[in-house]
Design a protein around this ligand. Sequence first.
Ligand SMILES: NC(=O)c1ccc[n+]([C@@H]2O[C@H](COP(=O)([O-])OP(=O)(O)OC[C@H]3O[C@@H](n4cnc5c(N)ncnc54)[C@H](OP(=O)(O)O)[C@@H]3O)[C@@H](O)[C@H]2O)c1
Length: 260
Amino acid sequence: MESKPMQDKVAIVTGGASGIGRAISTRLSKAAATVIIFGRNVERGNNTVEELTADGGKAEFFRTDLISGEEIQKSMSLVLAKYLSVDILVNNAGISGFMGPVVDTPMQEVEDVLKVNLTSMFHLSKLVLPKMIENRYGRIINISSVAPRVTPPNSATYNMSKAAVNALTKTLSREVASYGITVNAIAPGMVMTERILKSRIPGMAQKSGVSPEEYLQKLTEGTDTHRLTREEDVAELVMFLASKASQNITGEIVNVAGGY
Ligand SMILES: NC(=O)c1ccc[n+]([C@@H]2O[C@H](COP(=O)([O-])OP(=O)(O)OC[C@H]3O[C@@H](n4cnc5c(N)ncnc54)[C@H](OP(=O)(O)O)[C@@H]3O)[C@@H](O)[C@H]2O)c1
């Protein structure tokens, strides 16, 4: 294990057992933070915890459906009873929801996407803040997206949820800055997680009339760096924003998108 800058820190990573969240959990764990993962998939959550602990880390999974305010409340009560306070909250969990025009979008989808992508961030922040304020230290990092800036069609629910995440980030950062708490968001460009590769790329390629490989090539060329964002790129930035070194950076929406 590398040096231990996060040794005495407790970090929650929502959706921390897959995709970008998993890279974040791994990065924070390597820096010796105690990593608490919130998610629904118990097997995947437990497997990630096993891997982190096998590598010398400390980690625990709390099965939590972020659609449910009661489940959020219950898991947070358990976490606070056991760990007393949370130093770092990484609101990473998110869903794309219905991909199609507004006129065809089922209203239940709108509600669910907003609950997972936005309301859970608000709720979790609200629950960790009293102890952070008492401790005069805290880091809240929200995973947003380039979506509110680029506004691709057929994903209005997702785009607006992330726009609201940015507004929450900026507003909250101003409320808590004087307590030594920073609140920032990260806006990744498209990251080729397992989910994106399996469930999004084939359909998007088909719509554009090209093969998935050609579509990936086009996406890559759309960046200035000619390199798509990787999970680890986001995790490295989380690590920095979670550290003491970033103490004067707050209320920022930081793009990790190769210039896209
Ligand atoms: N991949 C990209 O291209 C990209 C680009 C920009 C921004 N982002 C953002 O990055 C974040 C992570 O995305 P990803 O691509 O890594 O996705 P992912 O691999 O699908 O991971 C999403 C995570 O969210 C959790 N989650 C979803 N619904 C949940 C619920 N109701 N309750 C609790 N947990 C829930 C899932 O855990 P369970 O299955 O265990 O519930 C899963 O671990 C999201 O906020 C996404 O919007 C992604």
